[in-house]
Design a protein around this ligand. Structure first.
Ligand code: PLP
Length: 388
């Protein structure tokens, strides 16, 4: 590899750029995870992590990627043969339901066009029709990272309540937590699944379950429980500031620092910053004469924008040009969107000029790839950033 001056632009929707203070915090020596210093750190973190989820209930921390926290959510609340309702909002929703099927759950996977969120009307319909109360959980991906579409969780909760249905609500916030407004308690979510490497600005390798009292009650007789993901020994050890097995100590140092950064800025400001950068990005996309994948104005993602490329153009070729020429990584189209979209990640440690640099790289990359974009996209984005 030849030396590349300046910072690489890691504008994929996770892993995201890790801020310098977080990198520095993680470089501290690893300590005894059964000693008093660790105990102090864990007790502090297990308390301080709750506000980012919008909960006062326990949050479980796993040394696993987001996929592990998906599995934990299912294993701790469900039994083989239970029915689950989920929505084909995109690639990640598809993977989660495949996992559910693999675990022996019976999944009603409502088809979707990958351009809309989960439909609260369909939740209402399916639950009303389930008079035998066979559906034990509704699984929704809050921010579908493959499409840049956000599902409206409060409306889905309202549909469950209106049907007076006892199903649990399990929500994947892996690419929304710490970037897009989210409230575990207020929205009545039973299990919130999250990961370290997106809005929390940490490296990959750590994931979370925030749990409601109802989810904890369901976990007592969940037949899919497994040793590694079991909530109960975890919660018992956590009470005392410890973990049942070795935690990822240095990621926890990073988490402490990342939470400090988020809380110093203030969560409402963090969410507003992301929403504003997403707006400026959409202005750029339209200025280039391209289409944003998300079709519903209420469902645009604050953390990433998926951009449709014209027919006959390979989105991966544009990504390749942008990487070669400008040292920037953009997100690839996943699953059925492979080659048809590229994704601009604008989440995490990110400011106006990082966005401007990102969009400049995309605009030049489009022009160099034979997709004449002209200057209007950048102009529109800068105007939006300048406005307020
Ligand atoms: C990234 C992501 C995942 C997968 O997480 P891993 O850390 O790669 O296991 C799942 N769901 C969503 C919405 C994601 O963005």
């Amino acid at each position: 590899m030849t030396y590349a001056a300046g910072r690489h632009f890691l504008q994929i929707p996770g892993p995201t750029n890790v801020p310098d203070p977080v990198l520095r915090a993680m470089s501290a020596p690893t300590i005894d995870h059964r000693g008093p210093e660790f105990q102090g750190l864990a007790l502090e973190l297990l308390h301080d992590i709750r506000p980012v989820f919008g909960t006062t209930n326990p949050v479980i921390i796993y040394p696993a990627t987001g996929t592990g926290a998906w599995e934990a959510a299912l294993r701790n609340t469900l039994s083989a043969g239970d029915a689950v309702l989920s929505f084909e909002t995109g690639h990640f929703a598809t993977l989660w339901q495949e996992m559910a099927r693999g675990l022996g759950l019976e999944v009603d996977f409502v088809p979707g066009d990958w351009r809309h969120g989960a439909d609260p009307g369909v939740v209402a319909e399916r639950l009303a029709a389930d008079t035998a109360r066979r559906i034990k959980a509704v699984c929704v991906v809050h921010n579908e990272t493959s499409t840049g579409v956000v599902s409206r969780i409060p409306e889905i909760r309202a549909a469950i309540d209106a049907a007076e249905h006892p199903a649990l609500l399990l929500v994947d916030t892996i690419s929304s937590l710490g970037s897009i407004d989210y409230r575990h308690d207020e929205w009545g979510v039973d299990v919130t699944v999250a990961g370290s490497q997106k809005g929390l600005m940490l490296p990959p390798g750590m994931s979370f379950n925030a749990v409601s009292d109802k989810a904890l009650a369901a976990s007592r007789d969940a037949g899919l429980r497994s040793t590694f993901f079991d909530w109960s020994p975890m919660l018992a050890a956590n009470e005392r500031g410890f973990f049942p097995y070795t935690p990822n100590t240095n990621l926890l140092y990073g988490l402490r620092e990342a939470l400090r950064l988020l809380y110093d800025e203030g969560l409402p400001n963090v969410f507003a910053r992301h929403a504003r950068h997403a707006e400026a990005t959409r202005a750029a996309v339209r200025g280039w004469g391209l289409e944003v994948l998300c079709l519903d104005e209420r469902e645009h993602s604050g953390s990433l924008t998926a951009v449709l490329v014209p027919d006959g153009v390979d989105a991966d070729k544009i990504r390749g040009v942008v990487l070669d020429r400008f040292d920037m990584s953009l997100g690839a189209g996943l699953g059925r969107l492979a080659g048809k979209v590229f994704r601009i990640g604008h989440l995490g440690s990110f400011n106006d000029l990082t966005l401007a640099g990102t969009l400049a790289g995309v605009q030049m990359g489009l022009n160099l790839s034979g997709v004449p974009a002209g200057p209007a996209g950048m102009e529109a984005a800068l105007e939006r950033l300048q406005a307020d």
